[in-house]
Structure formats: structure tokens, C-alpha cells
Design a protein around this ligand. Structure first.
Ligand SMILES: [Mn+2]
Length: 312
């Protein structure tokens, strides 16, 4: 069976506030376990097929097309891993269905599915705009249950999502971009320390940059961001990160792109945006499929075979 069946499961779960609340307790445990095992930055070692999925923002039909490409058997075999780059909620019509489907999928395949935190799931740091997820929950479940469920999402889910996934020699994946604060400090001894700001705990200023930064084609290290939060990171940051932590590419979402993908910094930074529709009206959504067991993996990205367009 293909993975779109998790959408049906989610629709069942969200049918009553009681069933959603009890399931949120369970998701909280699954994500806590994942955090204890992998930490804020997931360091993997398997040279298998990785699929990166960018922003979904509540578009259930695009998510359905993406999930229907893969099966439970592939995830169980360990030869396929899915990395979701964050921003599951806000803006779209089916944000609750989208995030619940992904939590069901993660619960079933905790070591093959990784859910990264997007700036829309980072409300404890800076509230994004629009943030219509709480309104959606209140609309659906009325104010008492709606607010309680929102609080459970923040505490049990958002706060426990991973910040990045790293595979040495290949990639570093995160939602927004490379942090410039820890780049300037220049003392990070590991990729974990660079992304979290410290080896053990999360430093908020650094995490905000991971969630909010965008690349800029500049030889300066950093520019002020038009978003009013985070920064634009230039080529020197990408060069330093790829060299210091031995990765070829940085994969991220966060920015809508006309075709669903774009390249920056000489195809070292790859943006993936995996939903269509308002308010961006990009013509296609895309995902990135990278088979790290193949010698040709990087060429397949440059020559666009690794970019899969999501078509209705
Ligand atoms: Mn974003």
C-alpha cells in the first residue's frame, strides 16, 4: 500500500477532539524518543535513497501525490528515508490533515521518516505571520478544545521536531538556512554545535536563523533579511559549511520558487518547495530524490533527474 493511506488515518484521528488529544499524547512520546535517540541534529550514516520534501503549508492534495509515490515496504526495508523540511501548517485549507498525516507516518516509521521544524512550527521563538493554525483548531473544535489542542501541538509536537538532518559526505538539510551567528564565531567543533549554537542545548538566536534564513547570491557573509527576522547568508557561509562539515549540498525549503526548486551558490544550496496554490501561485511543486548509494548522485541533481515535479 502506498503512503497516502496515512491521510485516511489522520482524517479518522481528527474526527473528534478526544481522539486527536489522545493521539497527540502518543505523538509526543514518539517525537521525544526520536529526540533522545537523534538529538536536535539527526546525524545519519546510511547511504540510501533520501527524499526531501519542502513546505506543504496545508495543501493536502499535493501531499497525497507525494506520499502515493512511496510505500511502507520501502520505508521498512531501510533503503528509503523521507526528510520533511518543515512548514506543514498555516495558509492552506487542510493544515490539520497535513500535520496529522505526517505524525501518523512518523509514528509508524520513526527511523525512516524525519520531520524538521519550520519557522511556522517555531512559535515559541518567533510567531510567524500568518499563523492561522490556532484559529483553524478553534473553528473545528470550539474554543475550549481548540485551545487545548493547540497547546498540545506546541508542547508535544513543535518543540520536539528536529532542526536538521546530516549525512557526512553528502548533505545537510534544514528548513531556512545556514546560521551566520555561529559561522562568525567560527568555533563550532561539530555540525550539531554549529546548528544548535552549543553541543548540548539550543541557542535561540542560532535556531531562529536556521528556521528563517535565506540564501543570497553575494560574496558577503550576510545581509539583513527583508523578512525582518533572520539573515540572508552569502556564498562564504556555504563554502565554509560544505568544507568544514564535509557535505556537498545544503537542502532547504522556506522560499517559494516558481518551478518548485531553485539553486544557489553554484548548486550547493538547493531550495525545495513542495506545494502549489495560493498565496504563491508557483506553477509546480517539486521534491528532491537523492540516491546516495549511486556514484552519480550529485550529477543527477545538477542535471535535474533528481528533481521530481509533482503534477496533478
Ligand atoms: Mn518557512
Amino acid at each position: 500500500m502506498d503512503l497516502s493511506r496515512y491521510i485516511d488515518r489522520a482524517i479518522d484521528v481528527i474526527s473528534t477532539p478526544q481522539s486527536l488529544k489522545s493521539r497527540l499524547e502518543y505523538y509526543g512520546e514518539v517525537l521525544l524518543d526520536s529526540n533522545r535517540k537523534y538529538g536536535g541534529v539527526v546525524v545519519l550514516g546510511e547511504e540510501v535513497r533520501y527524499v526531501f520534501i519542502g513546505d506543504i503549508h496545508g495543501n493536502l492534495e499535493d501531499l497525497r501525490l507525494i506520499l502515493s509515490r512511496y510505500s511502507d515496504e520501502q520505508l521498512k526495508s531501510g533503503n528509503l528515508k523521507l526528510v520533511f523540511l518543515g512548514d506543514y501548517i498555516d495558509r492552506g485549507d487542510n493544515q490539520l490533515e497535513v500535520i496529522t498525516s505526517l505524525l501518523e507516518l512518523k509514528s509508524e516509521h520513526p527511523n525512516s521518516v524525519f520531520l524538521l521544524k519550520g519557522n511556522h512550527e517555531g512559535v515559541d521563538l518567533i510567531e510567524p505571520s500568518p499563523h492561522d493554525f490556532p484559529d483553524e483548531l478553534i473553528h473545528r473544535y470550539l474554543i475550549g478544545d481548540g485551545l487545548k489542542i493547540y497547546e498540545m501541538f506546541v508542547e508535544n509536537v513543535f518543540k520536539r521536531l528536529h532542526l536538521a538532518v546530516y549525512l557526512k559526505n553528502y548533505f545537510l538539510a534544514l528548513h531556512g538556512g545556514l546560521p551566520t551567528v555561529t559561522y562568525r564565531e567560527g568555533k563550532a567543533q561539530s555540525v550539531r554545535e554549529y546548528i544548535q549554537g552549543s553541543p548540548q542545548t539550543l541557542v535561540p538566536d542560532v535556531v531562529v536563523e536556521v528556521l528563517w534564513n535565506d540564501p543570497i547570491e553575494s560574496n558577503d557573509e550576510a545581509h539583513e533579511s527583508p523578512r525582518g527576522v533572520g539573515a540572508l547568508f552569502g556564498r562564504p557561509v556555504t563554502e565554509w559549511v560544505t568544507k568544514t562539515f564535509d557535505v556537498k549540498i545544503v537542502v532547504r525549503g522556506h522560499e517559494p520558487c516558481v518551478r518548485g526548486y531553485k539553486f544557489n551558490h553554484g548548486a550547493r544550496v538547493i531550495t525545495i518547495f513542495s506545494r502549489t496554490g495560493p498565496p504563491y501561485y508557483n506553477s509546480t511543486a517539486a521534491i528532491l530524490e537523492v540516491d546516495t548509494s549511486s556514484r552519480e548522485w550529485y550529477r543527477s541533481i545538477r542535471e535535474l533527474q533528481a528533481i521530481k515535479l509533482i503534477k496533478h
